[in-house]
Design a protein. Structure first.
Length: 234
């Protein structure tokens, strides 16, 4: 089964509750509710891992929830109207409480799938780790050609590489942060991100003239690593 045509990407950090409580809320309440209402087909929660070298994104949001969905704007879909937006877990006292913006700092984005690169024919099981690349090129055509004609083939040589899903930014949500949001997102599924980035294969991948040209052309480039915490809908 191919991946869904759209992605809801939610990068967050808790502000009123502890990290363990935030994780419990996602895994036991929030992810299952988006699946049960049909807002999302599958969902996965990842926690950020530190990458080698200086890769500061300026973000303290170290949790990433990704929802495969059939809707370009899933939170505006009819299905989403059935979301309760209440939680027993976030109250940390066993009573229902409304899930409000006070509980978290969040950046929520809609994306549309533009390419699936799957040379090994892996299935839809969630990857144990992912490397995300957010990029905002000046020359979108050259950027796309670089990915399709060179970059993905070289990335596939990294140890533990599985596949890549590439997306373009969709309609903004009321929780999308920033005046300029990177137009493109790539999710590289890898068994062990740090091991892959420390291998000699990365030098060859990033050392081509085309790669240097594309990176120099990008106004924004954030690379972040994530480790799987839990899923729903798989």
């Amino acid at each position: 089964m191919p991946p869904a045509p759209y992605l809801l990407h939610v990068n967050s950090r808790p502000t009123l509750v502890s990290a363990p409580t935030w994780k419990k809320f996602y895994l036991e309440e929030h992810l299952p509710e988006l699946i049960n209402t049909g807002t999302s087909k599958t969902a996965a929660l990842y926690e950020e891992i530190d990458l080698p070298g200086d890769r500061d994104t300026g973000s303290q949001r170290r949790w990433l929830a990704i929802y495969q969905t059939d809707f370009a704007e899933p939170l505006k879909s009819e299905n989403a109207k059935n979301l309760t937006w209440t939680s027993e877990i976030l109250s940390e006292g066993g009573k229902h409480t409304d899930v409000s913006i006070e509980h978290f700092d969040v950046d929520t984005r809609n994306y549309e799938l533009i390419q699936t690169y799957n040379p090994k024919g892996v299935g839809e099981a969630p990857a144990p780790e992912i490397l995300t690349a957010e990029m905002h090129p000046n020359d979108a055509v050259d950027f796309d050609n670089w990915y399709r004609e060179e970059h993905l083939q070289k990335l596939s040589k990294l140890p533990g590489y599985r596949r890549t899903l590439r997306y373009k930014l969709g309609p903004k949500t009321h929780l999308t942060k920033g005046d300029v949001v990177p137009a493109f997102l790539a999710m590289h599924e890898i068994d062990d991100v740090v091991k892959a980035l420390e291998g000699k294969e990365l030098e060859e991948t990033n050392g081509t003239e085309w790669t240097k040209k594309v990176l120099a052309d990008c106004n924004i480039f954030f690379a972040r690593g994530w480790k799987l915490v839990g899923t729903a809908g798989y």
